[in-house]
Design a protein. Structure first.
Length: 291
């Protein structure tokens, strides 16, 4: 059931921030479908009762796997549906109930996911989706996310997001001895040493503009001998990138958030020079290489 919906929610500009419709149709939805299929196949094998040998007739051993309970899943804005599915699918397959809290900046596809799970026949309460914001509220308390992680009936937390919010997750779980999985924000560098630039240029350049430049591998580290040719190659590629709204399939870069616009203004003071909006609506910028 997790397939592209040309006339539905998948086309809403808030559904996937910072990535074009064509890119998400080829990537995220395929991963989501495969993830559900994988855990649906694995769950019966992993959850079944096993009888390991004890090596003696005096002892009998049996291992039973039981659902852990209620799992709280809190996901970020940059891969809203895929991040949710990577957490929700294994939990549901194991028989757990899930409370999913997506980013307030990209909640629509997660709400649609809740509808799909219910339509597929899941019992009421198996997957619950709560929304809320603004995103900075978690750092100050009082948000729906804070309420979720403070709840005494939550048995485990799986969180992907900022380090500041992740610290709140761990603090809330510590007093409860509650298992907590954290995938915290950062930039995993794209490292280039001795390499043929022609062999890597397409993949290297194409990944940078995606997600408004806020992907997990957005920062390149380049050996000094390849620095100048890498910058030239990168900028030549980016000058041909099509920028605009996320609902237009041909575009490579989708709408920018207000925070990205503010960041661009700040960078103008640091030597990047004037950066013009890429379209009439001023929702995105032509990619630029900053050093």
């Amino acid at each position: 059931m997790v397939t592209p919906d040309p006339g539905g929610k998948g086309r809403d500009p808030e559904a996937h921030r910072g990535v074009s419709e064509e890119a998400r149709g080829q990537g995220d939805l395929g991963v989501c479908a495969d993830t559900f299929d994988y855990y649906a196949e694995m769950a019966p094998k992993i959850m079944k009762t096993s009888h390991p040998s004890t090596g003696t007739a005096e002892f009998y051993a049996r291992i039973e796997s039981e659902p852990l309970g209620v799992i709280g899943c809190i996901t970020p804005w940059n891969f809203p549906l895929m991040q949710a599915v990577l957490k929700v699918a294994p939990a549901l397959a194991a028989g757990c109930s899930v409370v999913l809290k997506p980013s307030p900046l990209a909640s629509l596809t997660c709400c649609a996911l809740g509808e799909l799970v219910a339509a597929a026949g899941a019992p009421p309460g198996a997957l619950n989706v709560i929304t809320g914001g603004p995103p900075e509220a978690l750092e100050g308390g009082g948000s729906s996310g804070q309420y979720l992680i403070d709840h005494h009936m939550l048995d485990k937390v799986s969180f992907t997001g900022s380090g500041t919010a992740g610290q709140k997750m761990l603090e809330a779980s510590a007093s409860k001895l509650r298992p907590t999985c954290l995938e915290l924000g950062g930039k995993s560098a794209f490292i280039i040493f001795d390499a043929q630039l022609s062999d890597i240029s397409d993949g290297f350049s194409a990944h940078r503009p995606s997600k408004d430049g806020d992907g997990l591998h957005a920062m390149p580290l380049v050996h000094w001998t390849l620095f100048e040719p890498t910058i030239q190659n990168k900028q030549m590629h980016w000058e041909s990138v099509d920028s605009g709204g996320s609902t237009i399939p041909a575009e490579d870069v989708a709408d920018s958030l207000d925070s990205v616009v503010d960041w661009v203004r700040a960078r103008l003071c640091c030597g990047l020079g004037q950066i013009e909006a890429a379209n009439a609506a001023r929702l995105s910028y032509q990619p630029r290489a900053g050093t």
